[in-house]
Design a protein around this ligand. Structure first.
Ligand SMILES: [Zn+2]
Ligand SMILES: [Zn+2]
Length: 141
């Protein structure tokens, strides 16, 4: 779906109640939920909401810069309530995503600026590995 289809002719968006609830719930968790997971969470507060509405609002929220899309490196797009640059840890077994406990490296961007003609506006970094839960599960079996 193109951004234009999502935004329609009217580029200005009101923060509807549904959209506000979706945003609040994503900001509350640090699990980087998929659209299906957001739907399950939001349904507790808005039992009548449809999965399609959740999908559409996630697209709008990320087009507005209020949430960010991560992935899809695995099968499903995940969403993050934190929009300032930070790194992620992703488990290769269960696919869970956590925030990495280190600050973004500014010198990475100055390094690439020196070597490339691109105008660099940012960078994304993801660590992949095995989460503590999966490590434990593997050593238990
Ligand atoms: Zn895992
Ligand atoms: Zn994050």
């Amino acid at each position: 779906m193109s951004l234009e289809n999502i935004l329609g002719s009217n580029q200005k968006y009101r923060m509807t109640n549904q959209r506000q609830v979706i945003l609040e719930e994503i900001q509350k968790v640090n699990t980087h939920p998929t659209a299906d997971e957001v739907y399950e969470i939001v349904r507790r507060r808005l039992p009548r909401i449809s999965l399609g509405t959740v999908y559409r609002n996630l697209e709008i929220l990320s087009a507005c810069g209020l949430i960010q899309k991560i992935g899809p490196i695995s099968s499903q797009m995940r969403f993050d309530g934190i929009t300032k640059n930070h790194y992620h840890l992703r488990c290769i077994y269960c696919g869970s995503v956590e925030d990495a406990p280190i600050d973004p490296m500014e010198n990475l961007e100055s390094a690439i600026r020196e070597k490339s003609d691109y105008t660099i506006i940012g960078h994304k970094l993801e660590f992949i590995g095995i989460c503590p839960k999966c490590k434990k599960r593997k050593s238990d079996s």
